[in-house]
Design a protein around this ligand. Structure first.
Ligand code: ADP
Ligand code: 5GP
Length: 211
């Protein structure tokens, strides 16, 4: 029986290393598909349209939203971000684990719509290191870094909504830990309903003397 794909939501404060972790996870294991979000923010140097994000104008974003093309969306530090519906639904239908790297408001909307989604929150080892990573990335002004750290304080209030915490200290260890947690999550009864129903049907057939 084909295994059911899981929707995996990964959140964490800006600069924790989510993007770096996701790239490594997808490169190491071919069972994962990474959803590419749509955003109104500008591309950072090195980011490519259609790879890190679909970079769109405000009007294009609103058009997509009105068409029902986004599963969820949120405003984050003056920009809109949203998850395109088509790709996610196609990947789930073919049994892939699909990863959404999104902030907390979006994560909660996904949890409502997909109760079997697995929610992971990535933490830095400490806030000094978070600050170092955010500045070290060199892609945001000091003002934007401040806004993102202030947003982190709000996000920290919602961490208990997640299933697991992972600490991104050593990158490789963190990737391994995420992979193990996802493997474990696959064993939960709520994520194996087709298999369970199938076994029950076989038991029924046996009880009726059918073979
Ligand atoms: P996020 O997607 O969470 O905003 P990034 O993936 O862009 O974060 O990472 C922020 C910065 O931290 C990058 O410069 C990245 O190279 C660095 N980084 C990520 N993970 C680690 C780690 N485990 N140790 C040290 N630096 C890291
Ligand atoms: P960044 O600008 O650093 O790439 O992303 C800013 C924040 O937006 C991060 O917390 C990231 O996880 C989140 N984000 C990225 N895509 C989406 C999305 O499609 N939906 C939501 N709700 N958040 C997103």
């Amino acid at each position: 029986m084909r295994r059911e794909g899981i929707l995996i939501v990964v959140s964490g404060f800006s600069g924790t290393g989510k993007g770096t972790l996701m790239k490594r996870l997808v490169k190491t294991y071919d069972s994962y598909a990474l959803s590419v979000s749509m955003t109104t923010r500008k591309a950072r140097p090195g980011e490519r349209d259609g790879r890190e994000y679909f970079f769109v104008s405000h009007e294009e974003f609103e058009k997509e939203l009105a068409r029902g093309g986004l599963i969820e969306y949120a405003r984050y530090c003056d920009h809109y971000y949203g998850t395109p519906r088509d790709y996610v639904e196609r990947q789930l239908a073919c049994g892939k684990d699909i990863i959404l790297e999104i902030e907390i408001q979006g994560a909660l909307k996904i949890k409502e719509q997909y109760p079997t989604a697995l929610l992971l929150f990535v933490m830095p080892p400490d806030i000094k290191e978070l600050r170092r990573r955010l500045s070290g990335r060199g892609t945001e002004t000091e003002e934007v870094i401040k806004a993102r750290l202030s947003r982190a304080k709000e996000e920290a209030e919602g961490i208990e909504n997640y299933d697991y915490l992972v600490i991104n200290d050593d990158l490789d260890l963190c990737v391994e830990q995420m992979h193990m947690l996802i493997r474990g999550a696959h064993c939960a009864p709520k994520r194996n309903q087709n298999f369970i129903q199938n076994i029950r049907a076989q038991l029924d057939a046996l009880a009726k003397g059918e073979d």
